[in-house]
Design a protein around this ligand. Structure first.
Ligand code: AMP
Length: 542
């Protein structure tokens, strides 16, 4: 017997319509590239999103078409989130920090029809345009007065598009499993792979992260979305905030300590999320200037492990409680968030701190287990470490265009590539990652790609790249090289060899020459041994 309740589909457009009806006066505040702070309400955002939804088909966008953005966090990007997905097309948020060749690959692989870009990225899109013939329109996210002088084919102005439309538009209803958004992971080997979210997965994820033990969002909250909207949808905040009617604050391109602090204070922010690197800059700025928060009492930190010292400083000096979170693009992205349970109240301060360092408990909806090399589930004892596998309604089943084949284990769970433990209360602790990517400032650097380039140098016999801890960037790459016998190669010469082959921030921070590299029994480089050997290595950039 079937239940007899309505089958109303979970539509992304319903979030903004709800925010308009029930929280129409709640503010959205954005730092803009043009200069002044922009302020308006959910009602205004909904009106403009409907105008944009009318403009899209006039530019040839049909349901399921990919519409890309190269943009910072701001109100126009927010309108695109709703207009594109709401009208049945797919918003493809591109990470502008990727290397040029990867950007070209991504735009072509996604088959983007249009790209909306912030003024910062005008020189970038001018370079991309000739290599992306499928893109028919490049739209600058600005008004006519600020439209760049550019020979981009099909260049239009965002505000002109909106001005030409009325807001007489009803959001269509369709299958909630329809694709809504596309975001590429920067893969460790080969090309980046696309993760395709649906309306249903996005809404369920938004519900889950709004809960009290996750982001604790409410109509009275003021939320600063620091995590970029091009990095897994700013961890879902642009969907959760309208769901509860919270005030939403966007920092634009200004992610430095001074600018973030100013916004946190002027907008009375009481909720935010960021990677450890951003926090590091903010804390340095605040310490140097002897500043304190007036309203911020807690923050989610994730994307990379939150260093214990940072968690201590935040709590003891700045009165901010850290909720450590973990996830990945393939999980929309949030899987776990750390919050204590009633039974932890009696713990000593030190035991509470050790618990808070863990990556947290799974949100309802995400199931998690750790397995050994044979795929056998390990005990939930907080000690047995194995690969972390997940499943749930906002976890990836297949990559876009089936890139990389079937990513799932035989039992249908998704292997995350992370290694960790789960304790009896369900708290996950990440102990390592099975991939050897280097996490720099919340972004990925592929060690394999850097190694491949190094061994392309005629004087290099073998090379390995490992991440070395860095106080500002979390990790930076160290290149370890075995020279060919009698070859003459200096550090500067080696680094120069990377020029034009990778983005500047991918460049190894240092080069070490050794006689030989350690190998495993099967002849592979033993990164584990290398990491052990170089665990106390100090980079010149530290
Ligand atoms: P991304 O897909 O770029 O969001 O990166 C996901 C990866 O970041 C995960 O697979 C982890 O390796 C890493 N990660 C995310 N959050 C944490 C955390 N709190 N602690 C340690 N690693 C993390």
């Amino acid at each position: 017997m079937q239940g007899l309740m309505m089958n109303t589909p979970l539509m992304i457009s319903s979030l903004i319509r709800h925010a308009d009806r029930c929280h129409g006066d709640s503010e959205i505040v954005s730092r803009t590239l043009e200069g002044p702070i922009h302020r308006y309400t959910y009602r205004d955002a909904h009106l403009r999103a409907r105008r944009l939804a009318r403009a899209l088909p006039r530019l040839g966008v049909e349901p399921e078409d990919r519409v890309a953005t190269l943009a910072w966090n701001g109100y126009r990007h927010f309108e695109l989130y709703y207009a594109v997905s709401g009208s049945g097309a797919i918003i493809h948020t591109i990470n502008p920090r990727l290397f040029h060749d990867q950007l070209v690959y991504i735009v072509n692989d996604a088959e983007d029809r249009m790209v909306f870009f912030d003024l910062t990225f005008t020189p970038l899109v001018e370079k991309l345009a000739p290599l992306c013939p499928g893109v028919k329109h490049w739209v600058a996210l600005t008004d006519r007065a600020h439209l760049p002088q550019s020979a981009l084919p099909g260049l239009s102005c965002y505000e002109d598009l909106l001005a030409a439309e009325s807001d007489d538009f009803e959001w269509p209803e369709f299958d909630e499993n329809t694709a809504s958004g596309l975001c590429y992971t920067s893969g460790t080997t080969g090309h980046p792979k696309g993760v395709l979210f649906s309306h249903r997965s996005t809404i369920l994820h938004a519900f889950a992260i709004a809960l009290p033990d996750a982001k604790n969002l409410r109509a009275t909250s003021s939320v600063l979305a620091i995590v970029p909207m091009f990095h897994v949808n700013a961890w879902g905040i642009p969907y959760s905030a309208p769901m509860v009617g919270a005030k939403l604050v966007f920092p634009g391109a200004a992610l430095d300590g001074a600018s973030l602090y100013e916004l946190l204070e002027s907008e009375a922010v009481d909720s935010t999320s960021a990677v450890p690197t951003v926090w590091m800059n903010l804390l340095n700025y605040m310490t140097q200037n002897k500043l304190r928060f007036s309203t911020l009492k807690s923050s989610t930190i994730g994307g990379a492990a939150c260093p214990p010292a940072m968690m201590k400083t935040l709590s003891e000096q700045f009165g901010v409680r850290v909720h450590h979170g973990w996830g990945m693009t393939e999980m929309s992205p949030v899987g776990t968030v750390n919050a204590p349970k009633g039974c932890h109240q009696g713990l000593s301060e030190e035991a509470k701190f050790q618990l808070a360092l863990k990556q947290g408990r799974p949100l309802y909806g995400v199931e998690m287990k750790v397995v050994d090399g044979q795929g056998t589930e390990l005990p939930r004892d907080g000690k047995s470490a194995g690969e972390v596998l997940v499943r749930g309604p906002w976890v990836l089943r297949r990559y876009y265009k089936d890139a990389g084949g079937n990513p799932l284990a035989t039992d249908g769970w998704l292997p995350t590539g992370d290694v960790g433990t789960i304790d009896k209360d369900g708290y996950l602790q990440i102990t390592d990652r099975s991939k050897d990517v280097i996490k720099s400032g919340g972004e990925w650097i592929s060690s394999i790609e850097l190694e491949n380039i190094a061994v392309g140098h005629p004087s290099v016999a073998e090379a390995a790249v490992i991440g070395i801890r860095h106080p500002k960037w979390d990790e930076r790459p160290l290149l370890i090289v075995v020279k060919r016998s009698d070859a003459d190669l200096s550090k500067d010469e080696m680094l120069k060899f990377y020029e034009g082959k990778v983005a500047k921030w991918w460049l190894p921070d240092d080069v070490v020459f050794v006689d030989e590299l350690p190998h495993t029994a099967t002849g592979k480089l033993s990164k584990l041994t290398l990491r052990e050997q170089f665990k106390d290595y100090r980079l010149p950039t530290c």
